[in-house]
Design a protein around this ligand. Structure first.
Ligand SMILES: Cc1ncc(COP(=O)(O)O)c(C=O)c1O
Length: 428
């Protein structure tokens, strides 16, 4: 054979990545785009990003820092690390050293790094956020899904965690606890956190407390697991959700002194991969973390809008026969339609994926099936994000109007209409 033919490399994919197909999230997005291209109006309750604008003073800080062009320290801008520990002291009453803060390009990247650097099994409840398990799979970590119950909001239960740990008490494990939760809206109470902390301490489990939705807790009563298990908990937070800046890509981990070795190992890997987080964004994030007179009002109005929407969704879907837990914070609800299984089966809908496809086709409402979050394929569960509305207009209106059902029907009508269509369609 003449050897002047161009030859591309053979297909040699890392075994951990091989076979990782496009997720159901993508399938729903593509289906939505096809329908939108045909002129259909699509209600986007699939993607979970903040509907609200980045607060004005934080945007101004970014504009003022556009000239910042130098690489920053791998752990992050010292002023930002200081602002983060001050913020944790104000919000949680806990003291940390700025040396133990690691800033990254989103907490998602930091979560990948912690799973890479820490040698242990990943332990998460079913359902959990979409990316924890795939990250473990890429790295080659064993994943243990914890059994959950609707009565406790589909969250981690101390007895279930104890049952797992007791079998092999010395095995290293990383538990990710997400509160407020994506996908369920569950916010763990102080009592639940205390009980979990005692099991975590007994088996020396490393805990990652994913608090990215903390600022959206509807009654502003977010409590960190770190209050009850400080020595074994990493706090994970950032500006993506409560500050509306997901696309800015900035998050941080806060470690206790006892986990300084892990912070150092992660920053070594960070120095060989992303180097440091974007400089202008870090300078702007200082403004997001420091006290500012506009921030309490921004957060309060965001929370009232989200809480009223979540309550409307809860009432409407429960009345239609769905089983779900009320949401206490964040952008999501996780209804299950097992009570309607017979009726749905007569319409040839047997699982979450066909439920979502047919719902989209028939009503234009896009939501995600429960199996994206680790629920069984045959379960009739879905996750909805209540964020398809103009957050800037709604926030402005909330400054002068009461935030009640009439308000959300007026300013977030795409979400209320979508939920009502979904409820009627499911019960139909
Ligand atoms: C539960 C949860 N954790 C973490 C993240 C990652 O956020 P970021 O990488 O923007 O900090 C998200 C984003 O959707 C999330 O929903």
């Amino acid at each position: 054979m003449p050897s002047n033919q161009p030859r591309s490399p053979e297909v040699f994919l890392n075994l951990n990545v091989r076979g990782m197909g496009a997720s159901a999230t993508l399938a729903i997005n593509e289906h939505s785009q096809r329908l939108a291209a045909q002129g259909r109006d699509i209600y986007r309750l699939g993607l979970g990003q903040s509907p609200f604008p980045v607060p004005g003073h934080v945007r101004d800080a970014l504009a003022r820092n556009a000239h910042q062009k130098d690489y920053l320290a791998v752990k992050g801008l010292p002023a930002l690390r200081q602002a983060v520990v001050d913020w944790v002291r104000r919000t949680e009453g806990l003291d940390y050293s700025p040396d133990n803060v690691l800033v990254g390009p989103g907490t998602k990247e930091l979560m990948f790094l912690v799973q890479l650097v820490y040698y242990g099994d990943l332990v998460i409840p079913s359902p959990s956020w979409v990316s924890y398990a795939p990250q473990a799979r890429i790295i080659g970590r064993h994943i243990h899904w914890l059994r959950t119950h609707l009565s406790s909001g589909l969250g981690v239960e101390p007895a279930v965690l104890e049952e797992l740990c007791r079998k092999d008490p010395d095995r290293p494990r990383l538990l990710i606890l997400n509160s407020p939760s994506n996908p369920t809206g569950l916010c763990y109470s102080e009592t639940q956190l205390r009980a979990l902390a005692s099991v975590l301490r007994k088996y020396r489990v490393l805990a990652l407390s994913d608090e990215i939705y903390s600022g959206t807790h509807y009654t502003d009563n977010h409590v960190s697991l770190a209050r009850f298990y400080p020595e074994g908990t990493i706090i994970s937070n950032g500006i993506s959700k409560w500050c509306g800046a997901g696309g800015w890509r900035l998050g941080f981990f806060v470690f206790p002194d006892s986990l300084g070795w892990l912070a150092d190992a992660m920053s070594t890997v960070a120095s060989e991969t992303f180097t440091a987080t974007s400089a202008p964004i870090q300078y702007a994030a200082v403004a997001a973390m420091e006290e500012h007179p506009d921030m309490p009002g921004y957060l309060d109005r965001s929370r009232r809008i989200l809480a009223t929407l979540a309550n409307h969704a809860y009432q409407t879907l429960s009345s239609a026969g769905a089983e779900l837990h009320p949401s206490g914070g964040g952008f999501y609800l996780f209804p299950r339609f097992e009570n309607l299984r017979d009726r749905l089966a007569s319409r040839r809908i047997f699982n979450g994926e066909t439920f979502c496809e047919r719902l989209l086709e028939d009503t234009g409402v896009a939501v995600l099936p429960g199996n994206c979050f680790g629920r069984p394929d045959n379960e009739l569960s879905t996750r909805l994000a209540i964020v398809d509305f103009d957050g800037e207009k709604a926030l402005a209106a909330a400054a002068t109007e009461d935030v009640d059902t009439a308000f959300i029907r007026k300013h977030c009508s795409r979400v209320t209409t979508a939920i009502e269509r979904m409820a009627e369609w499911a019960a139909g």
